[in-house]
Design a protein around this ligand. Structure first.
Ligand code: ACO
Length: 333
């Protein structure tokens, strides 16, 4: 029986650092408000002409491949999670494949917003356990800065999000002691409009750019922050406990929880709910903001670099996001 295992992780963040102080020059906000509400001190924005969604993913993937000691030509499938593709279609997974020089293999683009990476990892796990593939590249990447309304009108959302990319190499293994133990995926479309971008959409009755010309706000991210917060603090602990129960484990067994970096207050609440110490929870939203599908692989890669993930550790990935979607992956590293 083949299991799957993450054998290499990597990340790339653009060099352009956007501090809270800088945002105060664009909108009526303050470092104190942003820090208190979200924990974010700075985020990265892509540099036009240098970075694209797929170029950042390419850099992250090359690092993950090197750490897995695997050549790109050994990859037999790509799964790419993003909600901010370079083109409306095709998705950036195809550009990544081209950049890596591995034309011919299958590419699957995944949306699923902030839960995109956990969904992608789960699909990779199923493909490997079914015997269909042995080496899968799983990516989460976002350029969100161009979707944000950097005026006082958009401040409730604009201060939260950032750009970046993370990647993981997932490989088949027969080793029961180092593998993905389980994944659990959920969604509730009742809340689809609590966090969404309406345009470019296909069902507005007019060509979407005509609607956007008339009403540019239709392209903004709309977020009911209060609803997101209330659901997130329930779903995160729920889906982590589901993963632990499925594997007859306790929260005290977790060596490192890598939650989607939505908001430091949410991560802190989840930590307390599960009775974990700060050392058991990875947070880096302070430096990168919320990078949606990229947040978990970036955090996982940084945690690995910092020596916080070691062979044999029980690592839990957990996500919540627009849709609403939520999910977890429990790994024995
Ligand atoms: N700077 C200064 N003031 C602001 C800003 C800002 N950036 N944004 C909003 N405000 C103002 C509002 O206008 C409002 O002013 P008013 O009282 O005069 O009307 C006041 O601050 C309070 O606004 P609220 O929206 O009620 O602020 P709240 O305390 O709820 O915090 C926040 C907003 C941070 C979004 C909070 O609801 C939250 O943390 N929600 C969770 C959402 C989240 O984490 N989203 C992440 C992305 S989704 C995901 O990854 C799952």
């Amino acid at each position: 029986m083949a299991y799957s295992r993450i054998t290499g992780v990597g990340h790339y963040v653009p060099e352009n650092i956007i501090t809270n102080e800088y945002l105060t020059t664009l909108m009526d906000t303050s470092d104190a408000w942003i820090t208190e509400r979200t924990g974010i001190k700075e985020r990265r924005y892509f540099t036009k002409g240098k970075d694209t969604n797929a170029s950042m993913a390419t850099e992250a993937s090359k690092i993950a491949l090197a750490r897995a000691n695997l050549s790109a030509t050994a990859i037999d499938f790509i799964i790419y999670a993003t909600i901010t593709p370079d083109y409306f279609f095709p998705g950036p997974g195809f550009i990544l494949q081209r950049n890596l020089g591995i034309a011919g293999i299958g590419v699957l683009d995944i949306r699923d917003q902030c839960s995109g990476f956990v969904y992608a990892l789960s699909v990779a796990d199923q493909f490997i356990r079914s015997g269909m593939y042995r080496n899968i590249l799983v990516v989460g990447a976002e350029i969100q800065s161009t979707f944000l309304n950097h005026t006082t009108e958009g401040r409730g959302v604009a201060v939260i999000f950032g750009d970046g990319a993370g990647a993981a190499v997932v490989q088949a293994t027969e080793d029961e002691n180092h593998r993905i133990l389980s994944t659990h995926l959920h969604a509730d479309g009742t809340y689809a409009e609590e966090l969404y971008v309406k345009e470019p959409g296909s069902s507005g009755g007019e060509r979407f750019y005509e609607q956007l010309l008339e009403n540019p706000q239709m392209g903004d991210v709309v977020m009911n922050g209060n609803a997101v917060f209330k659901h997130a603090v329930v779903r995160f602990p729920e889906v982590i406990k589901e993963a632990l129960a499925h594997n007859q484990l306790q929260s005290s067994d977790i060596d490192l929880l890598v939650p989607h970096q939505a908001n430091l207050r949410i991560a802190e609440y989840v930590r307390q709910q599960l009775g974990l110490t700060p050392a058991q929870v990875m947070t880096n939203i302070q430096y990168y903001g919320n990078t949606t599908a990229a947040s978990i692989p970036i955090a996982m890669s940084e945690a690995w670099e910092q020596g916080r993930i070691n062979a044999g550790d029980l690592v839990c990935l957990a996500a919540f996001g627009s849709g609403f979607t939520w999910g977890s992956a429990l790994l024995r590293w």
